[in-house]
Design a protein around this ligand. Sequence first.
Ligand SMILES: [Zn+2]
Length: 443
Amino acid sequence: MQAQLFSLPHCTLRVPRFLNNASPPNFATFQQPHHSSKLSFNVGLNHLFQKSIFLSQSVPGLMSSYDGYVGVVAQCGISNGESDVGDCDDGFYIRRCVQLARKAIGFTSPNPMVGCVIVKDGKIVGQGFHPKAGQPHAEVFALRDAGDLAENATAYVSLEPCNHFGKTPPCTEALIKAKVKKVVVGMVDPNPLVESKGLARLRDAGIEVVVGVEEELCKSLNEAFVHRMLTGKPLLTLRYSLSVNGNFLDLLGDEVTECGGYYSRLLQEYDAVILSSSLFSGNISIPSSQEPGANQPIRIVIHKDSSSSNEIPLAVNEVTDKVIVFTDNGTATAPELAKKGIETVILDQINLDVILDYCNQQGMCSVLLDLRGNSSEFEELVKEGIQKKNICKFVTEILPIWNRGSEIDPLIPVKRLDQGIQVENLKSKCSDQNVIIEGHFKF
Ligand SMILES: [Zn+2]
């Protein structure tokens, strides 16, 4: 594990730089472009998407973001098995870009997820997505996949191509060099380094540029990235469970932590999850996403001095390098954790500002605040998060339980606010016997 010096308002200590050595399950490994006389869908990455396309056709309509991909209804020239996608409109190809981009879910921070499709004469000749930070961008993979066929083709990209030298050369130059005729962009990049400069560069080079196709879908895909770019803070989401009569529950539903369950998918999607140290008192192993090849989130463990034990019984053998403890109990806790190789941040008072600042410095775009375990460790954090408008979203699981409401409720300070909070963009989903509701706070 590498370490870096990290200064916080209340202390100075060494914290890990979390390494992302994993790769998404469908890492963009390319076959040699196979440019036969009849272009087919079985070029490069295309074969990877046939299954999901058919799945999407059978389940039309919007799917929740934690379904693993955003709902895409494919309608053009696929149902009959033909490779020619014929008269598909720009929206079809941008939706396909989004579908490609989501293959790297959980891997790209601090970068966005991006997909790219190269289309020529109504046929897809190249596809690619950005697999993880430090790797080439989607356009590079798609152009490589298309080879010479990119000339005079149309490039579809879910996010504006970059025009600056970062870890990789600018994608605008790659598109110009490949002599594409037209570029269709889902949304403008909110990154101040990019912000329409990529579009201007393409237009200056004589390339036709169309912007804003399936814009809301593209913004939704990279909601966390956009939020961090605009606010300098990661997107913070509150997750909790309720009984059907509205009482707080320190529980998760059956099967939601298993592969395909909403909780497993949340852990795949988020860069970090904030957990109570008391959650591990029963020797429960650290929550992990069960999705195949998932990049596990950083587990931020909150341990308050008022907790029942000075010892944090973390079962951390397999994930020590992805755990960090924030505590106000430095003298008793830190040495024990250090022996286990767990990094610790000691604060006079645990607060969200410091945690979010830490996450931002680590390049994390999204953080999940998971309300389970010792509620007293969360009451102040939730209150602070709402008052400072740092909590942007919520995911509520309603379990098939009717209870007396004897559970301690960390939401009470928020429930007692003089003025309620408006919510918007509500979506719901049934999962076995549970109902999952997600939405945004409208501050
Ligand atoms: Zn780029």
